[in-house]
Ligand binder design. Structure first.
Ligand code: KG4
Ligand code: ZN
Length: 334
């Protein structure tokens, strides 16, 4: 089954062609990071305008690179949310127009389900699995019982982990997006600042806002005393605190839920510290992580998820924006 997939939920305009949920025939990702960098974060209005300016070109390039003809496409899939509403609308309208003009079925895919299935492009997903989904907007521990049967075990009560990375980076005067820079500087620093580890009494929920405030306090106090912060050490201290919490909760949940596999997904799964430490600290369960290019937002992951969603529920197009989907993240009752 050949799926043409579209992703435009934030600041990446992306179109991909994916065969049978695994074989990526093309995956064009046009990042707007350089435009948003000067504002220190994504500006929604500017993001949607840029999607409009480039989406047709990205469609064309994805089709050319895939070497297929439009007749070969069996299904069109598009990110239905969560994301920036104006940005989502551009992808949804473009995908709908394409599907309508070429008489193809169209389905809407949850962005987070897309991040999960990014792991299935290069690896075989074995169920039941536990997923740690870490991105700019989400920090979730998910139990995947079967394809598209996903329950939430824990979530963040405040800031998402990627958001905390970006805010800490800004406090330290680093540019946007801060996650990759903090990750890189952390490698050259030491855990010298002894920041708190927000374990939250052993529940599977997360909280990163207190940790972020702890960094801000140390930086402000140092400024008032005229002292200098060692940026590399602060990045290492922050990253160590985040990873201690993420890894220990993931390990605990994997044991309790007796899963066959752990999936690490989302933009923060690109973190080199996380990718190294998780394999050192969890040895008895298989761990799969998408390669860097499939961790951050891209349309190939939407095409991969769409394949499994279509097997489960067929062409179910009527929930593109806001309507009901059969795929939900219900909180798992104890
Ligand atoms: O999944 P994603 O591309 O977009 C969302 O759906 O949010 O994730 C973007 C987030 C940003 O907060 C970025 O700083 C973070 O992922 N990120 C990282 C790294 N690479 C990207 N965070 C920590 N370490 C990294 N290497
Ligand atoms: Zn994302």
């Amino acid at each position: 089954m050949i799926i043409l997939a579209v992703e435009s939920s934030c600041d990446e305009t992306s179109v991909a062609v994916v065969k049978d949920g695994k074989e990526v025939l093309s995956n064009i990702v046009l990042s707007q990071i350089d435009i948003h960098k000067i504002y220190g974060g994504v500006v929604p209005e500017i993001a949607s305008r840029n999607h409009i300016a480039h989406i047709t070109r990205v469609f064309e390039q994805a089709l050319i690179d895939s070497k297929i003809s439009v007749d070969d496409i069996d299904l069109v899939a598009v990110t239905r949310g969560p994301g920036l509403i104006g940005s989502l609308l551009v992808g949804i309208n473009a995908a709908s127009a394409f599907a309508f003009a070429h008489h193809k079925p169209l389905i809407g895919v949850n962005h987070l389900v897309g991040h999960l299935y990014a792991a299935g492009i290069e690896h075989e997903i074995k169920l039941p699995a536990l997923a740690l989904l870490v991105s700019g907007g989400h920090t979730e521990l998910l139990y995947i019982k079967d394809h598209m049967d996903i329950k939430m075990i824990g979530t963040t009560l405040d800031d998402a982990v990627g958001e905390a990375y970006d805010k800490v980076a800004r406090t330290l005067g680093l540019s946007y997006p801060g996650g990759p820079i903090v990750d890189q500087l952390a490698e050259q620093g030491m855990d010298a600042y002894h920041l708190p580890r927000p374990y939250l009494n052993d529940t599977f929920n997360f909280s990163f806002s207190g940790l972020k405030s702890a960094v801000i306090n140390v930086v402000h106090n140092a400024k008032q005393r005229g002292e200098k912060i060692n940026i590399n050490d602060m990045c290492a201290s922050f990253q160590n605190s985040v990873l201690d919490v993420l890894i220990s909760k993931t390990k605990h949940a994997a044991e309790i839920f007796d899963v066959k596999q752990i999936i690490i997904a989302g933009g923060v799964a690109a973190n080199r510290g996380l990718r190294k430490r998780i394999f050192e600290e969890i040895k008895d369960i298989e761990i799969i992580i998408p390669s860097m290019k499939y961790c951050t937002d891209n349309a190939a992951m939407i095409g991969a998820a769409a394949f499994y969603q279509y097997q489960k529920e067929g062409p179910h197009p009527n929930y593109l924006l806001g309507g009901e989907s059969t795929i939900t993240f219900e909180k798992l009752s104890e």
